[in-house]
Design a protein around this ligand. Structure first.
Ligand SMILES: NC(=O)c1ccc[n+]([C@@H]2O[C@H](COP(=O)([O-])OP(=O)(O)OC[C@H]3O[C@@H](n4cnc5c(N)ncnc54)[C@H](OP(=O)(O)O)[C@@H]3O)[C@@H](O)[C@H]2O)c1
Length: 484
């Protein structure tokens, strides 16, 4: 049974969801609306309460008002939202201390007839992850008479050392079976579908290896810039922000062996084996870029160095192309090239798998062989779907080849897909860890990227609205970037 089927059909036990960072951007824009939609999908057959925790000194009523506004902004009816918030939400300022928090939790559980099942969701600035976990542990909130789960948002550390430290600190109080590290990409239907595509269909499995695959390219492109988040992005850069988590998670799902069973530990075992088979990246396997002023959708946008809060001598990259090699029997010698960037021409997350060209070319012209490699494009967002490119003979005299594609689009068949946070919240409440990142996965990803995290050189310029610095093309081994 897949994680999604599990989440939709299994009744959720009574619980208390404690959200640290209850007034923040993530909670208001994503968590509360997704949680509400999840409950609505399940006909409000919910048995849970929510306790918001943040630094400001709010009353329950003030917090309910803030939460109602967040739900209304997400398109939910105001009366319905206000009623639900009144019945389900409470608030506790963190300044009251963890002892008072424990007391408040017991009070809500007593009043609501809850049985001690608790989720602590850390939607917090990463700088306070550690203190919050310590606070919970110090007053015994890491255990209860029911189950206790800890959800940790990304970023999980900023390098191998800090990730190990954070894992160590969390493991002092919580064991791995209680920890849900979020990479919201894993909640996307299309990312989960990589598993279905690979392991429910035998057609591709027999060609999914070094004998048939020439190269794999993974693109995670955004047309947006840093959207006023210079304070965060200056310290992160695109390698920390996107490659360490989303891109390497997608790479693992594309490259992993079939799990023994479709459950969390088997799947995560196979994903981490892929990461273990990748050597730390040499600096010559990376091209870093930084956008300059340019045009996207006919609008002129500023360069990175012109953005408010960016240092004049910044060396932060807004683009990176990286060439990974997986040193195992299936993939030895096949480049996995990842590119991720901001201010690229359009939003696109896509995996392109190109297959070898035929060993002999029967269809040559005077100048060159006309045959093109077959390419499978898996588009994870937007316009989710698959495209398989192959050559056909153009009708008429002679042999003139044309590349055409078979298409499949989710929207044509399934309509709107559920949001990633809806999926992830359901799985947290059901206790299914399949779509969450294990401690060893996080650490392996940081290990691979360690040599290229803080390179001192300024990144190469690329104009906003282009696909990044042209020098990144060399990482594709001459085939160029594949886009359908
Ligand atoms: N925003 C997104 O779209 C997004 C996407 C992916 C991941 N994330 C991750 O989610 C986390 C939160 O991001 P955000 O954008 O929501 O940040 P944010 O808007 O700055 O909100 C931070 C929240 O944390 C609260 N807070 C700060 N220190 C606290 C403490 N010691 N104890 C309890 N609450 C405390 C703040 O309370 P006050 O408001 O009362 O000060 C506020 O509610 C970060 O780890 C971020 O990387 C965010």
């Amino acid at each position: 049974m897949t994680a999604r089927a599990w989440a939709d059909t299994v009744p959720i036990e009574p619980y208390l969801l404690v959200i640290f960072g209850a007034t923040g951007d993530l909670t208001r824009r994503k968590l509360l609306p997704s949680y509400y939609r999840l409950l609505r999908r399940r006909n409000f057959a919910d048995v849970g309460k929510v306790l918001g925790v943040a630094t400001r000194d709010l009353t329950d009523a003030e917090y309910r008002k803030l939460a109602t506004e967040a739900l209304v902004n997400a398109g939910i009816d105001g009366d319905e939202a206000a009623r639900w918030c009144e019945e389900h939400l409470a608030y506790q300022p963190v300044a009251a201390g963890f002892g008072a928090l424990a007391e408040r939790i017991r009070e809500i559980e007593g009043d609501g007839g809850l049985v001690g099942n608790r989720v602590f969701y850390l939607a917090l600035p990463p700088t306070v992850f550690g203190d919050t976990v310590e606070g919970l542990g110090s007053v015994g909130l890491h255990r209860s008479s029911g189950w206790t789960r800890l959800v940790v948002e990304k970023p999980f550390g900023r390098d191998l050392e800090s990730a190990k430290r954070l894992n160590g600190l969390i493991h002092r109080w919580f064991d791995e079976s209680q920890i849900f590290r979020i990479d919201h990409y894993l909640g996307k239907e299309t990312v989960q579908n990589l598993l279905a595509f690979r392991f429910a269909n035998t057609l591709f499995e027999s060609v999914w290896n070094r004998d048939r695959v020439e190269a794999v390219q993974i693109t995670v492109a955004e047309s947006l810039g840093i959207e006023g988040r210079a304070a965060y992005f200056e310290k992160a850069g695109i390698i920390r922000d996107i490659v360490q988590n989303h891109a390497l998670q997608v790479l693992s799902l594309v490259a992993m062996e079939a799990p023994v069973r479709l459950e969390a530990s088997s799947i995560r075992d196979e994903k981490v084996k892929v990461l273990r088979a990748i050597y730390p990246l040499a600096a010559d396997r990376v091209v870093r870029g930084r956008y300059t002023r340019g045009r996207i959708d006919d609008v002129t946008v500023s360069g990175y160095l012109e953005e408010e809060g960016v240092a004049a001598d910044s060396t932060t990259e807004t683009y990176a192309a990286l060439r990974f090699e997986i040193d195992n029997w299936r993939w030895k010698g096949v480049p996995f090239v990842v590119r991720a960037g901001k201010r690229l021409p359009r939003k696109l997350t896509q995996v392109a798998v190109s297959f070898h060209e035929p060993p002999v070319c029967l269809f040559d012209t005077d100048e060159a062989c006309q045959v093109h490699a077959n390419v499978l494009y898996i588009t994870l967002q937007p316009d989710e779907g698959f495209d398989l490119a192959f050559d056909v003979k153009q009708p008429g005299e002679g042999f003139v080849l044309r590349t055409r594609t078979l298409h499949f689009r989710y929207a044509d068949v399934f309509g709107e897909l559920p949001g990633a946070y809806e999926t992830l919240l359901a799985d947290i409440l059901c206790g299914d860890q399949t779509l969450f990142v294990r401690a060893d996965e996080v650490e392996e990803a940081w290990r691979i990227l360690a040599p290229v995290l803080d390179l001192p050189e300024a990144p190469e310029d690329y104009p906003a609205g282009s696909w990044g610095p042209p020098s990144a093309d060399r990482l594709t081994g001459g085939s160029g970037w594949l886009v359908p």
